[in-house]
Design a binder for this molecule. Structure first.
Ligand code: F6P
Length: 349
């Protein structure tokens, strides 16, 4: 039996998303209540370990945060192992290691997306006791079937699409909406299907502009008064200046002559209160991470597989992205209902 209290650090890194506080609460409360550990919050992601900026988290400080968006610990996009040319790549990791030891941490829970899990793996390889917890609205972390933040983002995007239908109908317009997701189209696919998108363009499926235009013109000839086009931010576009939504709206206008408007949803998708589904997933992930700390199962990331919470080695996760397979069942369902994905697979209007 261990005599002294275990001391566990928690940090959140990368882009924020709804549900991080629910995960912090899940880790912290379980660590304190179930296992009698001390919990330390690291401020602003890995920057907090470089600058040794921490707060001690008591059970009462973890109360009242379940419904809050963002992260009470703050976050940053600092990548400790990424250096500019000529810089010594060992300086920041050594500082992190030194501060981890000075803070008497026995474990560090890293809540974050792809970049964070990669850093977590590299820190584990440096000898730190690391556990990863996956979060991102993009839902693109390899090794887990779902990430928290995604459900809330899909809800927000779907509500936005619902609202576009009325203006699209009143003005007989094509409405293009760009949603986030980085190189993955999960938010576009789910909100596109939930919001009744007529055209859904995903980064994973190369589109043919002629086919997109044909689909929209056929709809207009069939007296369908308007069309909704949902695009993932990572779709192909020429030039870097324009956003995917603005680029696509311009292409549609040029190719069809139809009155077209674009909406870029942006950071709205990452803000505010998490849905119940995200709170539950974040709580399940957080409590499981605390259990892993207790069992000293380090070098792993918490994951959801076939509905069950489990873990995967960080070494298998780092550097990969979970994209949508073109034969995903929701794409097939959309196709069978006439949704155009911009490729040449047969569809009805
Ligand atoms: O990973 C979440 C995400 O919101 C992506 O969908 C988006 O591409 C990116 O972060 C935006 O990053 P930043 O917060 O650095 O602008």
């Amino acid at each position: 039996m261990r005599s002294k209290k275990m001391r566990v650090g928690i940090l959140s890194a990368g882009g924020d998303c709804p549900g991080i506080n629910a995960a912090i609460r899940g880790v912290g409360k379980t660590a304190i209540v179930e296992y009698g550990m001390d919990v330390v919050g690291i401020i602003n992601g890995f920057s907090g370990l470089v600058e040794k900026q921490t707060i001690s988290l008591s059970e009462s400080q973890l109360s009242g945060i379940l419904t809050l968006g963002g992260t009470i610990l703050g976050t940053s996009r600092l990548k400790p192992f990424k250096v500019n040319e000529g810089e010594d790549p060992t300086v920041i990791p050594s500082l992190i290691k030194k501060h981890y030891e000075e803070l008497n941490l026995e474990a560090l829970v890293c809540i974050g997306g792809n970049g964070t899990q990669k850093t977590a793996d590299l820190l584990a390889k440096e000898g730190l006791n690391i556990i990863g917890v996956p979060k991102t609205i993009d839902n693109d972390i390899w090794g887990t079937d779902l990430t928290f933040g995604f459900d809330t983002a899909v809800h927000i995007a779907t509500e936005a699409i619902d609202r576009l239908h009325t203006t699209a109908n009143s003005h007989k317009r094509v409405m293009v909406i760009e949603v986030m997701g980085h190189h993955a189209g999960w938010i576009a696919l789910y909100s596109g299907i939930a919001g009744g998108g007529d055209v859904i363009l995903l980064p994973e499926i190369p589109y043919d502009m002629e086919l997109v235009a044909k689909c929209l013109l056929e709809r207009s000839h069939k007296k369908k008064p308007y069309s909704i086009v949902v695009v993932g931010e990572g779709i192909f576009k020429e030039g870097k200046k324009k956003s995917a939504g603005a680029y696509m709206a311009k292409q549609i206008k040029r190719a069809t002559g139809l009155e077209t408007r674009e909406t870029i949803l942006g950071y709205i998708q990452r803000g505010g209160t998490p849905t119940a589904t995200d709170r539950i997933l974040a709580t399940r992930f957080g409590t499981y991470a605390a259990q892993m700390v207790h069992n000293r199962e380090f070098g792993k990331m918490v994951a959801l597989r076939n509905g069950l919470v489990t873990s995967v080695p960080l070494s298998e996760v780092g550097g990969k992205t979970r994209l949508i397979e073109p034969d995903h069942s929701l794409i097939a369902k959309g196709r069978s209902m006439g949704v155009c994905f911009g490729d040449c697979t047969k569809r009805k209007i």
